[in-house]
Design a protein around this ligand. Structure first.
Ligand SMILES: Cc1cc2nc3c(=O)[nH]c(=O)nc-3n(C[C@H](O)[C@H](O)[C@H](O)COP(=O)(O)OP(=O)(O)OC[C@H]3O[C@@H](n4cnc5c(N)ncnc54)[C@H](O)[C@@H]3O)c2cc1C
Length: 385
């Protein structure tokens, strides 16, 4: 894992990130929502305070924050507009972790220092039209010709697709071997035969780009194979599992923000001659939000500590992914309810969080798939004999 920064440094970074989200990101929320675009200057400012280097070790220019540090900082990022949090989260998570974990020294030296300072933005491309929850439907092929692999196929729903420079791409190198015939590649956006396809219009996360990637005889040098050939799928699962505590932390930050907004609104909104906060049911809504958020906070920090200790967290990372996304969904729903009609209006920020929360149960593995993983682990832990 390399050298880690101290808890004191993480505390200071957290404060700086809270400040940055409040003063620089939140004021642009309405503009990013309206224009479906995050200004490049904002990403550059985020890079200046180290937000693009949350996963990279210090020796490659990153923060060396470890998983607990990454989670504590991601929680702060999650308080702000989710389009920004997803852009940064995808880069630091599924967009970088493959290179950090499975890259060889030459690949790490070539990509990580530039990724850590936001000069290169990362993305991850597994999903295809026939391969969502089930990767056995992958159709993108990679055929070795001389010193290059030739990739053909189309990837779907790639977060950061419109702004990324470096993509971790999974493609079939040996169809006869099923999931063991899938290989990962590091693809740069200027490789011949690579192009960006349709830019999706989404329910939420406006500002964050989600696109198709098109490979037409795309030439990828053999030195850009990431990890062992045939290990692409298993490595992709590891990358996704690694990212889950970070995603939960962003959900935690958003939920906490909604609790704070809702508690203040309830004290200030007067109906029947008194603040709606004085109604016991509103107090209980807020208390229920707080209970779930505290439970999510403990769980998220605990899973992060287990990752840092090198423990196997296959089950725990799925648990935290499901719980984090579902707590956020329930908290967002209550936040809208507490705000009444105003909570349904575009001018009210809880409306945006409510729409943005919905994706969390779908991407990086749906809630159903996480429950399948948890159940499979339970069967292993508690076999009949
Ligand atoms: C905004 C957005 C961003 C995304 N970003 C990325 C990205 O950066 N990179 C990337 O590779 N992908 C990305 N995705 C794709 C995302 O990971 C998939 O959409 C997700 O894994 C589900 O796949 P699917 O959409 O094909 O749904 P399907 O697999 O078709 O599933 C449909 C429904 O059936 C359920 N289901 C399927 N199989 C089972 C099963 N065995 N048991 C129980 N239920 C099941 C699912 O849970 C779901 O409810 C993104 C998607 C979105 C919407």
């Amino acid at each position: 894992m390399g050298e880690l920064i101290s808890q004191e440094e993480i505390y200071l970074i957290r404060q700086a990130v809270r400040n940055f989200i409040t003063k620089e990101v939140e004021p642009l929320a309405a503009q990013m929502e309206e224009e479906d675009h995050i200004p490049r200057q904002l990403l550059d400012k985020a890079a200046e305070i180290g937000l693009f280097g949350l996963s990279s070790p210090q020796e490659y220019g990153g923060l060396g924050a470890g998983m607990l540090g990454k989670v504590l900082i991601s929680e702060e990022i999650g308080r702000g507009p989710n389009c920004f949090a997803t852009t940064i989260g995808c880069h630091n998570g599924i967009g970088s972790v493959g290179i950090v974990e499975f890259g060889n020294e030459e690949q790490k030296q070539r990509y990580l220092p530039k990724m850590a300072v936001g000069k290169l933005i990362g993305a991850f491309a597994l999903t295809e039209a026939s391969a969502g929850s089930d990767p056995s439907g992958l159709k993108t092929t990679a055929v070795l010709k001389g010193d290059k692999y030739i990739l053909n196929g189309t990837k779907l729903f790639v977060t950061n697709g419109g702004i990324a420079d470096v993509f971790t791409v999974m493609a079939v190198t040996d169809k006869s071997k099923g999931s063991k015939g899938i290989t990962s590649f590091i693809v740069e956006k200027n490789f011949p035969g690579f192009s960006i396809g349709k830019l999706e219009k989404k329910m939420g996360l406006h500002g964050n780009t989600t696109t198709e990637l098109i490979f037409e005889d795309c030439e990828v040098p053999v030195e850009n194979v990431l990890g062992e050939p045939g290990q692409g799928y298993i490595n992709a699962l590891k990358v996704l599992a690694n990212g889950r505590a970070g995603l939960a932390a962003r959900n935690l930050g958003s939920s906490q923000k909604l609790l704070e907004i809702s508690t203040k609104y309830a004290q200030q909104r007067v109906q029947f001659g008194k603040p709606i906060f004085d109604q016991q049911i509103i107090q209980h809504y807020l208390a229920n939000m707080a209970i779930e958020i505290e439970a999510l906070r403990s769980l998220t920090y605990d899973v992060a500590c287990k990752v840092d200790r090198g423990e196997n967290v296959i089950k725990e990372s799925s648990i935290v992914k499901v719980f984090g996304s579902e707590v956020y969904g329930r908290v967002a729903d209550l936040a809208v309810q507490i705000h009444g009609g105003m909570g349904y209006m575009r001018e009210c920020e809880v409306e945006r969080y409510y729409r943005d929360a919905r994706i969390m149960r779908i991407y990086e593995g749906t809630s159903e798939i996480q429950r399948n993983i948890i159940a499979a682990q339970l069967k292993k832990e508690f076999p009949l004999k």
